[in-house]
Design a protein. Structure first.
Length: 245
């Protein structure tokens, strides 16, 4: 068995024979509230791997550079080796989660423009929200890279919002991570899945019934697996029909 390079909360990274390529193994483990809450979501690894692979592949066709290479097994993804920029980039279209807690905005309020926020990726510090001056002082990326991240992030938001709309799902907010490859190219990395997005079923008006993402786990709403499965089914269905759009 090859020794792992890194184990995170939801994924394990392994080296491959090619120094430029890593193998990601998606776990069923789920954590929330900075890992204070832990559990397992049956089948989550395969579902998140399938959704992420499909979305990365589709985003590539739209000119977004990602770390995705292929999916050799249901819960495994081969990716380009990147140095992750330790910033969690959050985009919000609708107020929810920490935005509501910190500002008092009501959950569900449609924001006047997509809000792009940067959080420091550091569990010990609790992933604090960064101001733009803090971002500059920390120098985690060059000002040009930050501008590029903002630009690409807004493009991704446009594409994904339209895409989920076709799935009859509202893309409320989501988190992205970026990395730099050996040639310093900026690539979208990590995953795009119900673990990292807030997704509301358009067909449901009830504030609990509409939740199709990790908030089901965070808020103990039950039926987590089936919600993730429904997201997977709708995403794959839409990808298969993209020729008709
Ligand atoms: N998010 C994530 N990882 C994190 C923090 C947030 O994937 O470490 C996602 C989360 O699932 C949601 C969005 O980013 O889709 C915004 O999360 P928020 O800041 O509201 O934090 P939360 O209250 O969910 O912890």
């Amino acid at each position: 068995m090859v020794e792992k390079l890194y184990e995170g909360k939801a994924k394990i990274l392994y080296p491959t024979n090619d120094a430029e390529i890593l193998l990601t193994y998606f776990k069923d483990d789920a954590t929330a509230f900075n890992a204070q809450k832990r559990g397992q979501i049956q089948g989550k690894g395969e579902i998140n791997c399938a959704i992420s692979a499909a979305l990365f592949e589709w985003l590539e066709t739209l000119g977004i550079s990602t770390h995705y290479v292929d999916r050799p097994a249901p819960n495994q993804m081969r990716v380009r080796a990147v140095k992750i920029i330790p910033i969690e980039v959050v985009v919000r279209n609708i107020a929810a989660g920490s935005l509501c807690k910190q500002t008092g905005l009501p959950e569900g309020k449609i924001l006047p423009f997509p809000l792009v926020e940067f959080y420091l990726k550091n569990d010990e510090l609790g992933d604090p929200l960064l101001t733009s001056d803090r971002l500059t002082i920390l120098a985690l990326a060059t000002p040009e890279q930050i501008e590029q991240i903002k630009f690409v992030t807004l493009k991704i938001n446009q594409h994904l919002s339209e895409f989920f709309d076709r799935c009859d799902i509202t893309l409320v907010d989501f988190k992205l991570e970026f990395g730099l490859d050996s040639q310093q190219r900026l690539l979208l990395a990590d995953e795009i899945s119900p673990d990292t997005c807030r997704l509301w079923d358009k067909a449901e008006s009830d504030i609990n019934a509409r939740v199709m993402d990790k908030d089901r786990f965070r808020r103990d709403l039950g039926e987590i697996e089936s919600a993730y499965q429904r997201v997977q089914q709708r995403v794959l269905e839409q990808i298969a029909r993209k020729g008709e759009w």
